[in-house]
Design a protein around this ligand. Structure first.
Ligand code: F6P
Length: 349
């Protein structure tokens, strides 16, 4: 039996833990199983660039961030960049998969990567998906690996901003990643004691943010902490600032009304570094389950966490979907109950 593995999209803490668990499980079966890791995601499939993975090459990597295989969030085989043009190289990827005589391909990735994996499965490649992303925005799994590590980095950043904001009697804004979903901001905001949490799922208005800051001042708290997801937007916003710039836009608006404000964009610090133990654990369970699916020849499925169980779901049901924070999520209800503002308390329209 021969199994291919690749990591695609943005890196997330725990990628190596999945590779390690998948390879070790396959190699320890006692059967003759060869495992190949494509370099730099689907690019490695198109350019036939791979390494053999075994107990030696997949060892000593559990605690390492990033991915030993490399990754890219470009180089979609269906729209592959070549000489400044986008070319469909999916059949080249299929040919390389067939020539290597692979039985299946374990694809560790987020929404973009798993969509491509699904499209490749329609060409005849047997795919097993593993849900990765710090954004936690994949459907049909309770969580993706990498998310908790990112939340922890953001929480630590908030703790640091807290002391500075309090000493200077300022407002501090922390802009987190998360693309179009607010999971990181919500979780870190709750864990880090934010006063205002702004997420893409709840358009905010500046009046509500002001109200919260003023209310705190009246109660003797001369500083406030705002966590803002990079995708958060002001209600009826005319200027659609880019992700990574929206926190600064809010800073300008608060400063214009005389509130001393500083914005920190956390950026890729949330993706790098060693995975938290929680992520190492679920990544190991995901890798084990992916290997089991490969051995049992159960293809075109994504491994998933449901409660405390690891299951698998059809890849086609995940493809093309984003899991946003539901507005009645318990953490939103709990946050509102303890006085955290989501920037929507004053109804403008
Ligand atoms: O999907 C993970 C993520 O880190 C998002 O949170 C963010 O919007 C995006 O990737 C950033 O991508 P890049 O590393 O290409 O700038």
């Amino acid at each position: 039996m021969k199994v291919g593995i690749l990591t695609g999209g943005g890196d997330a803490p725990g990628l190596n833990a999945v590779i390690r668990a998948t390879v070790k499980t396959l190699k320890n079966t006692g059967e003759s199983i060869e495992v190949y890791g494509f370099r730099d995601g689907f690019k490695g499939m198109v350019t036939n660039n791979y390494i053999e993975l075994n107990e030696e090459t997949a060892s000593g990597i559990l605690h390492l961030g990033g991915t030993i295989l490399g990754t890219t969030n470009r180089d979609n085989p269906f729209a592959f960049s070549e000489n400044g043009k986008k070319v469909d190289k999916s059949l080249v990827a299929l040919k390389n998969y067939e020539e290597l005589k692979l039985d299946c391909l374990v694809v560790i990735g987020g929404d973009g990567t798993l969509n491509i994996a699904h499209e490749l499965s329609l060409l005849g490649i047997n795919v097993i998906g593993v849900p990765k992303t710090i954004d936690n925005d994949l459907p049909l799994t309770d969580t993706t690996f990498g998310f908790m590590s990112a939340v922890t980095v953001a929480t630590e950043a908030l703790d640091r901003l807290h002391t500075t904001a309090e000493s200077h009697h300022r407002v501090s804004i922390l802009e987190t990643m998360g693309r179009d979903a607010g999971w990181i901001a919500l979780y870190a905001g709750v864990a880090g004691g934010a006063d205002v949490i702004l997420i893409p799922e709840i358009p905010y208005n500046i009046k509500s943010v002001h109200q919260k800051i003023e209310e705190r001042r009246r109660n003797g708290k001369k500083f406030s902490l705002i966590v803002m997801a990079e995708g958060a937007m002001e209600e009826n916003c005319e200027i659609d600032a880019k992700k990574g710039k929206r926190g600064f836009l809010l800073q300008e608006k608060l400063e214009a009304s005389g509130i001393e404000t500083r914005c920190t964009v956390l950026g890729h610090l949330q993706r790098g570094g060693s995975p938290l133990s929680y992520d190492r654990i679920i990544a190991t369970e995901y890798g084990f389950e992916a290997a089991k699916l490969a051995i049992e020849k159960k293809y075109n499925r994504m491994v998933s966490l449901k409660g405390s169980e690891i299951i698998s779901v059809p890849l086609e049901k995940v493809s093309g979907l984003t899991r946003f924070v539901p507005l009645d999520h318990n953490l939103i209800l709990a946050s509102r109950a303890i006085g955290i503002s989501f920037g929507d308390e004053i109804k403008i329209n």
